[in-house]
Design a protein around this ligand. Sequence first.
Ligand code: 0WD
Ligand code: CA
Length: 385
Amino acid sequence: NRKRGLDLTPPVTKQPLLLPSTLKTTHSLYQGSFPFYRLPLEIGHFSLDEKRQYHADKRRLRYFCLPVGKEGKQVSPGWDLMNGYESCYVKRNEEEKEGLLHILTWLGKNRSLLGANADKGIARPVDRDFVTWRGHLTKILCTPYETQEGWLLAVTLFKGTFYISEQETVAACKKRKERTPEQEKLMYSGYKFENYICADSLESGPDKCAVVNTNEAFCSVLLARLSSHSLLIAGEVDCIDPSPKSPLPPSCYIELKTSAQIRNPHQQRSFNRYKLLKWWSQSFLLGIPVIVAGFRSPEAKVVSIERFRTSDIPHLIRGERNSWDPAVCMNFCNKFMSHIKSVVTRDDPGVVYLFAWEPGSEVTYTVHTDDEYTVIPSWYIEAMN
Ligand code: 0WD
Ligand code: CA
């Protein structure tokens, strides 16, 4: 109004209003020493079957069984990653947005593992600061270096815990619907690689003709801590090392990956800069120590297999021009979680704070009270009451 427009005295604001409502993502702002991150502790697991039904067991955990050559060298098997694409492929319905459904189902069945002691003061039914999918955290970790794809993360504070659930952006939806046949085949090839290397039971070897069904998953549920933030993370695990000397979960898990064969220094730089950033972030978050990668020829044959130790990856890329820094990824995630804690103040399952980010911009947010972005379904509210 006019009166305020003429008032030249600076406004007196109370401390909380000085908190910035946006968060910068420029990587140079997050350089520094690596923040405290505790090796995650597995506290549970679940499986999703071929119809995407939840089971409170390990039925979809597969065993790693890579054929090893005579001198202990990895064989270059020439596996055809397109085998079965036309006839043996069942694809998950990507229109069905599950959000946190399976994690909430697990939480509903395991309340006794997580409730705060009422005698300690505050009683939280889930005594963690954050609950989310590992994949969402991977996106956060990669944000300071991401130049192509933005994200939307919906956050609801419910009984003292922040639940983070990704929403598909308009651009991601468009990209998904306009995938070329080549892109579809590439997606299939990653799953097919798993079929060549994993077995359903210890007695059988891999079934190279098995149907690829992307509804199936084994997920680990873990407790982690990043600086002052306690986390409950769930993530899909590809397979377990079945050897008797293998350590306890998550250290016995192995992540499987495929990538195009590297033929020149340019491709090597791009692999180190983009692929290794994502691979490291994803496996580091769950404490998975080993990544087994199959490199494919343009004809979609596996030409080599390489084993990466997750903890070696930061050393492999260090000192390269335009490289990435794991400390930056973790410092940004730490700051983003603190930012969420300062912004998301209404403890109400009906309120969603939608954080939005596009490359080159800052993280912004909007508040929603309609059911467009619901994070917490009503059955879960009832279960926690
Ligand atoms: O609702 C959503 N927007 C999302 C749901 C986004 C991300 C994941 N999810 C669900 C998926 O249904 C999946 O079952 O979470 C589960 C996996 O959780 P995550 O471990 O947090 O996901 P992420 O780390 O992104 O991916 C792990 C693996 C992938 O392996 P590769 O090596 O390609 O990164 O989970 C698989 C995939 O094998 N995966 C999916 N499978 C079916 N549908 C999906 C998906 N949408 N996304 C990842
Ligand atoms: Ca994988």
